[in-house]
Design a protein around this ligand. Structure first.
Ligand SMILES: Cc1cc2nc3c(=O)[nH]c(=O)nc-3n(C[C@H](O)[C@H](O)[C@H](O)COP(=O)(O)OP(=O)(O)OC[C@H]3O[C@@H](n4cnc5c(N)ncnc54)[C@H](O)[C@@H]3O)c2cc1C
Length: 400
């Protein structure tokens, strides 16, 4: 949609081909229906939140920034607000208002819904049009592939763009689910399904190498863990071959020594208290009940009878609780796809293919992926704008 808007603005005659019954189906479910449409960061701030190939996007962000996006949405009836972490949302809190504004900005473009592109039509190393799955063809001077990735395939992103790219010689780097929940082997963790922990620190290591260590919110589920912290972590696990060890710091503000001092004071004050009751002062009730077991201590043990080694085990487990990683969830639960059309084969100043003339790429189909916070949509908008604007330097022609 953004590519269409930019191309129209440059005087291009645009045909947007969408296989769904409506435009922007994925947009409706973004940000839990509120659509975290962008992040009000500067270019460097945006790139810092893009673990893979962020530098490739420099020119796209400079050409079409989050502020440009907000101005465009505002001009088309959708005001925006900036929230915690510079996240930008529509003021109405409705993702549908973003789609409406984009549709309004696109006025004049021809939209073919329920229409699927099946293939590219090439003439040597130049694209000449697309073949549709209904047997028709569209001839044109430029084609922009903005088919998304593989995540949430029910919204229409089924990886078709990777096929188109590969069919004309492009490299598609390995794709994997990213910003995705994580499976754990630990039965105790699954039994905590529904429990949210705030302000905990999650660390991932492979051997001695620290892959990730951040503080935030984590949710236990029937399969393992999810929530913002876990989704961010998943982006740093892409392509890691070795064993991954996960640790949870349940008390990031306190050291082991401080925890031991606090335990000592509590033992002195109430030595007959049972351990599981004491733990309720440290953890939510459901977790407090099973925590002594994780330290190999009887939950009903009077705290006055705890040995020093046992107290140390409690403090150390609070600071470094092991979670047993068992892979990430599938594409159907992933917010985005990591991997895609190789950035080395795309001109970052135009989004044009370096292999096929007049072929452009925009959005998640490219091998770029960001953390949560509105960055992924801004990537789609900035690259879409760049591709649309560049492609429209040639006039579109349509011929059914
Ligand atoms: C649950 C969820 C929540 C999210 N929340 C946020 C958020 O709040 N903020 C954020 O920044 N990002 C969020 N994202 C990520 C963001 O939605 C995507 O990164 C973004 O939509 C990618 O845009 P795109 O245009 O590249 O691809 P898509 O939005 O996937 O659009 C691709 C379109 O191409 C169409 N298409 C595909 N193949 C063909 C074909 N052969 N012929 C015709 N049409 C075709 C599809 O039907 C689809 O409409 C979220 C993702 C999910 C799954």
């Amino acid at each position: 949609m953004m590519a269409a808007i930019a191309a129209q603005k440059e005087g291009g005659q645009v045909t947007l081909v969408e296989k769904n019954e409506k435009l922007g189906k994925k947009l409706y479910i973004t940000g839990k229906g509120r659509c975290n449409v962008s992040n009000d960061a500067d270019t460097q701030g945006l790139i810092r939140n893009i673990p893979h190939n962020g530098r490739f996007l420099f020119s796209a962000f400079e050409s079409f920034s989050p502020q440009d996006l907000c101005a465009l949405l505002h001009a088309n009836g959708c005001d925006t607000v900036v929230e915690r972490g510079q996240r930008v949302f529509p003021a109405s809190n409705k993702a549908s208002d973003v789609t409406k504004a984009l549709e309004k900005a696109m006025l004049g473009a021809k939209i073919l819904l329920h229409t699927q592109v099946a293939d590219l039509i090439l003439d040597g190393s130049q694209v000449k049009g697309v073949a549709l799955s209904n047997g028709k063809t569209l001839s044109c001077d430029a084609v922009i592939i903005a088919t998304g990735g593989l995540s949430y395939p029910s919204t229409g992103s089924t990886g078709d763009g990777y096929f188109f790219a590969q069919s004309c010689g492009h490299t598609v780097t390995d794709t994997s689910p990213a910003l995705v929940p994580i499976n754990l082997r630990d039965a105790w963790a699954k039994s905590l399904q529904g429990l949210t922990l705030k302000n905990v620190r999650l660390t991932a290591m492979t051997g001695k190498k620290r892959l990730f260590s951040e503080q935030g919110e984590l949710l236990f589920t029937h399969f393992g863990i999810s929530g913002p912290l876990v989704l961010s972590l998943s982006s740093y696990l892409v392509g890691i071959q070795g064993k991954i060890d996960l640790f949870l710091d349940l008390k990031p503000a306190l050291t082991v020594e401080k925890l031991l001092d606090r335990l000592q004071r509590e033992v002195d004050a109430n030595p007959r208290q049972e351990l599981h009751t004491l733990m309720q002062g440290y953890l939510p009730r459901t977790m407090a009940a099973l925590f002594p077991d994780l330290c190999d201590i009887d939950a009903k043990k009077a705290i006055g009878t705890l040995s020093l080694a046992q107290r140390r085990a409690i403090a150390q487990t609070l600071k470094k609780l092991s979670l047993t990683f068992d892979g990430v969830r599938s594409f159907s639960e992933a917010v985005i796809t990591s991997g895609g059309v190789c950035t080395k084969e795309i001109n970052p100043s135009t989004m044009e293919s370096k292999l096929i003339q007049n072929l452009y790429f925009a959005g998640e189909v490219i091998d770029v992926d960001a953390l949560t916070g509105g960055f992924n949509l801004q990537i789609a908008f900035s690259t879409g704008y760049k591709a649309g604007k560049s492609a429209a330097t040639i006039n579109f022609k349509e011929n059914k």
